[in-house]
Design a protein around this ligand. Structure first.
Ligand SMILES: Cc1ncc(C[n+]2csc(CCOP(=O)(O)OP(=O)(O)O)c2C)c(N)n1
Length: 276
C-alpha cells in the first residue's frame, strides 16, 4: 500500500484521466466513458489500500484485484503503469496487433499485476470468490477486491457467486460496483432494473454500503472498514458518472464507443487541469 493524501490522489486521478483520453484518441479504441467512471475507484485501491509489490507481483500473500468489467482495461493499464508495474511508455503499443496490452481483455499470462482475464462480463466475481476461498484454505492473509459494472450485475453468475460467498462466510472478499447507471445500450434501470441495489446485496447476506465513487474520503473510508467482523463479504456500491472528468462526456453514453478527436483531447486536458 502507498500512502498519498487526498489532494495527491485527486491530482493523480486527473492525470490518469488525461492519459486515458489521449490513449483512446491515439489508438482509436472505445470504452472511454467506462474507463473514466472507475478511475477514482482504481486509484483509491492501488494507491490507498492494496498490498501489492511491483518487485514481486506474484507474492502469494498479495491482495488480489480483478477488474471484472474488463472493457475498462485501458484505465486499469494506466493505473498499473503509474503504480510501477511497467513503464508508461510500454502503453504506446496499447490495442495494437501483437501487444500484450490487449484492448479487451487483460490477460494475466502476459502482464504483471493482472489477476484474471476478464471481458466476458460476469466472471470476475466467481474467480475472485475462488481466490478468496483458496486464501482461507491455505491460511494466507490476503484480501480480494472485484470491480463490477452495474450492467454487469445483470449476469446470473454474479448472483450465484454472491450467494455462495455469504453461505461460505467469505469475509476477505470485497466487491466494488461502478454504479454509473449506464450499460452499452442504455440506462441500466431501463434495460434490467437493479434498484434497490444495496438491499439486494444485503438480501444475499453481504455487508453493503453506498458511497460517492468520485470522493476519495468516502471511498477510502469504506474500503478501510472492510473486512467486517461479522464474517460476511462486503459490497461497496460506488455511485459514479460515466465519462467523469470531461464535461462533454459526462453521463453521455455515446462515449461508450466514441473516440475523442485531437481537439477534444485538448479540451479535456484543459478541463482536467493537466498540462498540454
Ligand atoms: C457476457 C458479456 N455480454 C455482453 C458483453 C458486451 N458488453 C461490453 S461492455 C457492456 C456494458 C456493460 O455495462 P456496465 O457493466 O454497466 O459497464 P459500463 O461500461 O457502463 O461501465 C456490454 C454489455 C460482454 N462484454 N460480455
Amino acid at each position: 500500500m502507498l500512502t498519498k493524501d487526498k489532494s495527491q490522489l485527486v491530482n493523480l486521478a486527473a492525470t490518469l484521466r488525461a492519459r486515458i483520453i489521449e490513449t483512446s484518441s491515439k489508438t482509436g479504441t472505445p470504452h472511454l466513458g467506462s474507463c473514466l467512471s472507475c478511475v477514482d475507484i482504481l486509484t483509491a485501491l492501488y494507491f490507498g489500500v492494496l498490498r501489492v509489490d511491483t518487485g514481486n507481483p506474484q507474492d502469494p500473500e498479495r491482495d488480489r484485484c480483478i477488474l471484472s468489467k474488463g472493457h475498462g482495461a485501458m484505465g486499469l493499464f494506466h493505473v498499473l503503469a503509474e503504480r510501477g508495474f511497467y513503464p508508461l511508455s510500454d502503453l504506446d503499443s496499447y490495442g495494437q496487433d501483437g501487444s500484450v496490452f490487449a484492448e479487451h481483455p487483460p490477460t494475466p499470462e502476459h502482464l504483471a499485476g493482472i489477476e484474471a482475464a476478464t471481458g466476458s462480463l460476469g466472471h470476475g466475481l466467481p474467480l475472485g470468490l475462488g481466490m478468496s476461498m483458496a486464501g482461507r484454505i491455505q491460511s494466507q492473509d490476503y484480501n480480494v477486491y472485484v470491480v463490477l459494472g452495474d450492467g454487469e450485475c445483470n449476469e446470473g453468475s454474479v448472483w450465484e457467486a454472491a450467494m455462495l460467498a455469504s453461505a461460505q462466510k467469505v469475509n476477505n472478499l470485497c466487491v466494488i460496483i461502478d454504479f454509473n447507471k449506464w450499460q452499452a445500450t442504455g440506462r441500466s434501470q431501463e434495460v434490467m432494473a437493479l434498484d434497490p441495489l444495496a438491499d439486494k446485496w444485503r438480501a444475499f447476506g453481504w455487508n453493503a454500503v453506498e458511497v460517492d465513487g468520485h470522493n476519495f474520503d468516502d471511498l477510502l473510508l469504506a474500503l478501510k472498514k472492510f473486512p467486517y467482523p461479522n464474517g460476511q463479504p462486503t459490497a461497496i456500491i460506488a455511485h459514479t458518472i460515466k465519462g467523469k472528468g470531461a464535461s462533454f462526456m459526462e453521463d453521455d453514453n455515446n462515449w461508450h464507443y466514441r473516440i475523442p478527436t485531437a481537439e477534444e483531447v485538448v479540451k479535456s486536458k484543459i478541463e482536467l487541469g493537466v498540462a498540454l
